[in-house]
Design a protein around this ligand. Structure first.
Ligand code: HAM
Length: 538
């Protein structure tokens, strides 16, 4: 039996009702803050993540799903180059109806040219193979029988054009039927390393640069979608997980650098969690400073690590050399007492960073969002600068970060874009759903009415009635005329329907139907036109 891959899972009803509830609520909140949705591809060039999230982070170093998207043959390029050299004799061009009829033979691009006392059918392939030769021969047979008028009695010659490097490596040089021609030039696009997105900020900033979104001033964007990390699966940690995230990004002149943006994001999150009924969350807040601060801080960290790093795990020994800040990502229990003694970034903030951080806190206090300062919090991604935060929740156990985020003021430049300070967050939707104190039942709309057709021919009548009722935004489920009434009652109560509506021959004739309230047990006969009102009234 084939099962879902480790670290992935199916989300099934009724749990999906909770996911829909969450997503509907967040879309409402985003609307109130004037955020708009962005959807970026779920895979990107590997370089994007290496350059933004950082080579030394756990995410990039260990957790990405990366593959090599092998080189591709560009037959169109070869056709164009070859046709240019043979211009005078080419007489059928790509796109003519005659040529498309040959495509089903597996020949995508082809051309005809005149030769002395003959016509030549030419096609372009990445390799010389018995399949492409067989396809050519077959194409000639088709052409001969269907297009004799165009060709008259001229013989049709076959020509296979391939990149010349292919000819030199191939045992096929000449066949009786087919002339093989090597054409100089490179017609292979180079292979690309691609990665399933482990997070969405890099994709958003890539899109910001690609589409010159700075022209729109401040961009307030949100996304909802799957992300992929090859982590060890456990409760609240999956290899395919879902994030609900948002980013505010724009040119400095649009106010993107202002502490007011940080506070707006954090206040939005507090509102969102409260609106969803998530209780007991805690906002952990820190500033990781700017590149200047970090250079001094890294130096101090290196010094402090020197005498102790020998006692730490292998990862930390590597981090201490390449990117000492990442030591704070270590989860090894034995290393924690050492990490506790290390200097903290808060002691290294320069004046503008310190002031920025203070202003964020002042606004948060004025809007009444509680927070806890945590100067150990450095976040596991390299692009952060200044404000960094996480919201934690007790019910989640070891994976207690329900969401994380921060500022990334230099990210756009490091990806080749203009200065575009930004701040954002991503909520782990899987964890958010775990933290909800709601059951799927509480958010799921049950059927208002279950229609029980009774006897042959009644499915038809039931379908008509269901159609009428659903137009009134009534949730209707349908039985089947082959069911006994007892079975219909059992199904209706299992579904949690409020009413059962019985559709038998007598009811149809009378134009009035037996409607039974499954909670109170009351049963009444209701004329057809009054059914919607009666059901909606409850
Ligand atoms: P992150 O802290 O790597 O930040 O992920 C954000 C949230 O995604 C985490 O707090 C957690 O709830 C959830 N999450 C991460 N990994 C997993 C997993 N394997 N299984 C389940 N949930 C997981 C980012 O991704 C940044 N892009 C956030 C951001 C946006 N910063 C600025 N803008």
């Amino acid at each position: 039996m084939i099962k879902a891959v480790r670290g992935t899972r199916d989300l099934l009803p009724p749990e999906t009702a909770l996911w829909n509830f969450v997503e509907a609520a967040v879309r409402d909140v985003f609307r109130a803050y004037n955020f708009h949705e962005i959807r970026t591809p779920i895979f990107e060039e590997t370089q994007l993540f290496a350059r933004s999230v950082g080579e030394e982070t756990d995410i990039v170093a260990k957790e990405m799903f990366t593959w090599d998207d092998g080189e591709r043959f560009e037959d169109k390029k070869l056709l164009e180059a070859w046709s240019k050299e043979n211009e005078d004799r080419v007489f059928f061009q790509e796109g003519m109806p005659f040529l498309t009829s040959i495509k089903p033979l597996g020949i995508q691009r082809q051309i005809w040219r005149k030769a002395t006392n003959s016509v030549e059918f030419v096609c372009f392939r990445p390799t010389i193979s018995s399949e492409s030769i067989a396809a050519l021969v077959k194409a000639r047979t088709v052409a001969r029988s269907q297009y004799s008028q165009e060709f008259g009695h001229h013989p049709i010659r076959l020509r296979l054009v391939v990149p010349d490097k292919v000819v030199s490596n191939s045992p096929w040089v000449k066949t009786e039927d087919v002339e093989i021609e090597g054409f100089p030039g490179n017609y292979f696009s180079s292979s690309q390393s691609l990665t399933l997105r482990p997070e969405n900020t890099a994709g958003v900033v890539r899109a910001y640069i690609e589409h010159r979104l700075w022209d729109r001033g401040l961009n307030k964007l949100y996304y909802v979608g799957p992300q992929f990390r090859r982590e060890r699966p456990q409760k609240g940690r999956y290899r395919q997980f879902y994030q609900i995230g948002a980013e505010i990004i724009g040119p400095p002149s649009a106010g993107s650098e202002s502490p007011a943006r940080d506070a707006e994001i954090l206040e939005l999150l507090a509102t969102l969690l409260d609106r969803l009924g998530v209780e007991n969350w805690m906002l952990q807040l820190n500033s990781v400073g700017c590149p200047n601060d970090r250079a001094a801080y890294n130096e101090a960290l290196r010094k402090a690590l020197e005498p102790v790093v020998g006692q730490m795990c292998a990862d930390c020994q590597r981090r201490a050399v390449t990117n000492p800040l990442r030591v704070f990502d270590c989860k090894v229990p034995a290393d924690q007492p050492i990490i506790e003694t290390l200097p903290r970034i808060s002691q290294f903030l320069d004046e503008p960073c310190r002031r920025h951080f203070e202003q964020v806190q002042e606004i948060l206090k004025s809007v009444g969002v509680e927070f806890q300062l945590n100067d150990r919090l450095v976040r596991g991604l390299d692009y952060y600068s200044r404000t960094a935060f996480e919201f934690t929740h007790g019910a989640l156990g070891a994976q207690n970060a329900i969401l994380g985020g921060g500022r990334y003021d230099g990210l756009s430049e490091s990806l080749g874009g203009p200065s575009a300070p930004g701040i954002g967050f991503a909520i782990g939707e899987d964890r958010l759903v775990l933290a909800l104190q709601k059951s799927a039942d509480a958010v799921q709309r049950k059927p208002d009415v279950y229609i029980a057709p009774l006897g042959t021919g009644m499915d038809r009548e039931a379908a008509r009635l269901a159609r009428e009722l659903r137009r009134h935004d009534i949730v209707v489920d349908l039985g089947d005329e082959t069911f006994r009434l007892k079975k219909s009652f059992e199904i209706a109560s299992k579904l949690g329907a409020r009413f059962i509506l019985i559709v038998g021959e007598n009811e149809v004739k009378a134009g009035a139907f037996a409607l039974k309230n499954l909670e109170s047990g009351e049963q009444v006969s209701v004329p057809r036109p009054e059914l919607p009102r009666k059901i909606l009234a409850g």
